[in-house]
Design a protein around this ligand. Structure first.
Ligand code: CU
Ligand code: CU
Length: 371
């Protein structure tokens, strides 16, 4: 079936000099375009519902796609809730599906994502979602504005392979406010034939973890103690004041200081290749694995370019997600942190990876001092 769409394009001309600017009225230009790719083509694709899970875990997925492009259905729910960000400090957070970060979605290039965003009537705020993996309409944010009690669905094509951030973007000051209260997550769009190393050879991971770094801006009272609030609306003026200082009071992984340490540490075995997906929706970060490396880093999160090799510390630009792979060679407890060591040690941006296996003396051994 062929059908025609009338495209209405606003064209405006703006020019100015040092002191004045003149703007003409916009001209309305009409063009006709025939589109061959019809909704019927998409409707015939196989559908798959993806059960999202809480970070640091990923949903069940194939590393290389089986068969042709699919429609992946996912459901995200805006949840305004009180959470503990570590050491007993609570905030009135805003989340996707109750976790900070929101769950990671996994699909393949050329798949379609059919995403439903639910805003329960128990919430106070309007929410929406801007997906960096999507094309047009503010990454979907324009189509997905949901008031409490509403839900909306969009479908978009995953044209680019890589890891991408998604976040709430309801407009104006609400954009950074919702993002720094926790409304962000990531999507991994794998190449259809899986990941490739720097020599374009297939590389499979044995485990994958999703680490979402979060900056919080918690106001203090006159005694210098962090404040708690009954709702995110009441908290907003004071939190915005702290935000304007651009100095976070907390920088944590997965919603809370200590959320990935001790008994909640990530785990791996010697010889396993572990993919670390690290997102930061608002600030730059610099992940580092103490005692290990990144064998491969897909810089900027792009899977279309070959990964760089053997990095000590890698860069996550604010508003992006980056994937790094490391094959563990020695057992022990590794610290995965932001190598802004102040943020890691004083503010909370650190995780542990507990690795089991046989120690390899050829890589390192302790030499005792001669007596
Ligand atoms: Cu929101
Ligand atoms: Cu964005």
């Amino acid at each position: 079936m062929k059908y025609k769409i009338i495209l209405l394009v606003f064209v405006s001309y703006v020019w100015g000099c040092s002191s004045t600017a003149v703007q003409t009225a916009p001209k309305l230009v009409s063009t006709e375009r025939t589109i061959n790719s019809t909704p019927t083509d998409i409707a015939s694709l196989h559908r798959q519902s993806q059960k999202l899970v809480s970070p640091p875990f990923l949903p069940v997925h194939d590393q290389a796609a089986i068969g042709g492009p699919r429609i992946i259905e996912v459901r995200l729910q805006a949840e305004e809730k009180m959470i503990d960000i570590g050491n007993g400090q609570t905030i009135q957070a805003m989340t996707f599906n109750g976790s900070i970060p929101g769950p990671i979605i996994v699909a393949h290039q050329d798949d379609y994502l059919e995403l439903t965003l639910v805003n329960p009537n128990t919430n106070l705020m309007q929410h929406t979602i801007d997906l960096h993996a999507a094309t047009g309409a503010l990454g979907g944010a324009e189509f997905m504005k949901v008031h409490p009690g509403e839900q909306k669905t969009i479908r978009f094509k995953l044209t680019k392979a890589g890891v991408f951030v998604y976040h709430c973007a309801p407009g104006g000051i609400q954009i950074p406010y919702h993002v720094v209260l926790g409304m962000n997550g990531a999507i991994m769009v794998l190449p259809r034939d899986g990941l490739k190393d720097q020599k374009n050879k297939t590389v499979n991971y044995d485990r994958a973890y999703y680490i979402g770094e979060q900056d919080f801006y918690v106001p203090k009272n006159l005694e210098g103690e962090y404040k708690s609030y009954d709702s995110s609306l009441i908290a907003m003026p004071e939190i915005l004041e702290v935000m304007k200082g651009l100095t976070p009071t907390h920088v944590v992984f997965n919603g809370a200081a200590g959320s990935l340490t001790g008994k909640k540490a990530l785990t791996a075995k010697v010889g396993e290749k572990v993919l670390f997906i690290h997102s930061q929706a608002n600030r730059d970060s610099r992940p580092h694995l103490i005692g290990g490396h990144a064998d491969l880093v897909w810089q900027g999160g792009s899977f279309s370019s070959p990964p760089v090799t053997d990095y000590e510390t890698w860069f996550v630009a604010g508003g992006s997600a980056v994937a790094a792979l490391y094959q563990f060679k020695e057992p022990g407890t590794y610290v995965y942190l932001s190598h802004n060591l102040i943020e890691a040690v004083l503010l909370g941006a650190a995780a542990h990876v507990t690795v089991e296996g046989e120690w390899d003396n050829s890589l390192m051994m302790q030499i005792e001092n001669p007596q």
